[in-house]
Design a protein around this ligand. Structure first.
Ligand code: THU
Length: 129
C-alpha cells in the first residue's frame, strides 16, 4: 500500500503543528512533471487562521511554478481516512478537476476524482462574461 507519495504525506504529517485539535494532517501533491510538494496543517491560537495541509502543499507547489497536478494524498491518523475539507476542494479545483484525491490512514485508503468531490463548482470559467 505504501508508495513514495503516500510516504511523503505521512512524513509531512509528522511536522504538523496541531496543538489545539491534536488532529495531524499531512498532504503530498504530485505535479504532472513528477515533482511532489508537501504540506501539513498549521494551527494558530487564533483558531480561524489555521491552514489545512492540502492548501499548504498547494501553495508550495504554485510558488515553485507547478500548475497541473495528477494526484493528492492526504494522510491522517483517525479511525477512517479523511477527505479534504470543502475549502481545500475549492482551492484545488482551481487547477483542474481530474486530480486523483487519495485519503489514507494507517489501515485504509480511499480514492476519488476531485470533480466528484466538488460537483457544480465555481471556477475560473464562471468569471467570464
Ligand atoms: N484539516 C486539514 O489540514 N485538512 C482538511 O482537509 C481538514 C482539516 C486540519 C485543520 C485543523 O488543523 C485540523 O485538521 C482539525 O480540523
Amino acid at each position: 500500500m505504501t508508495d513514495a507519495v503516500v510516504a511523503a504525506a505521512r512524513a509531512a504529517l509528522e511536522h504538523a503543528y496541531a496543538p489545539y485539535s491534536r488532529f495531524r494532517v499531512g498532504a503530498a501533491l504530485e505535479a504532472d512533471d513528477g515533482r511532489v510538494f508537501v504540506g501539513a496543517n498549521v494551527e494558530n491560537a487564533s483558531f480561524g487562521l489555521t491552514n489545512c495541509a492540502e492548501r499548504v502543499a498547494l501553495g508550495a507547489a504554485v510558488v515553485a511554478g507547478a500548475r497541473t497536478f495528477r494526484r493528492l494524498v492526504v494522510a491522517t491518523e483517525g479511525r477512517a481516512p479523511s477527505p479534504p475539507c470543502g475549502a481545500c476542494r475549492q482551492a484545488l479545483a482551481e487547477f483542474g478537476l481530474d486530480i486523483i484525491v487519495e485519503a489514507v490512514n494507517a489501515a485504509e485508503r480511499r480514492q476519488w476524482r476531485l470533480g466528484d468531490l466538488l460537483p457544480d463548482h465555481f471556477g475560473p470559467a464562471d468569471l467570464g462574461s
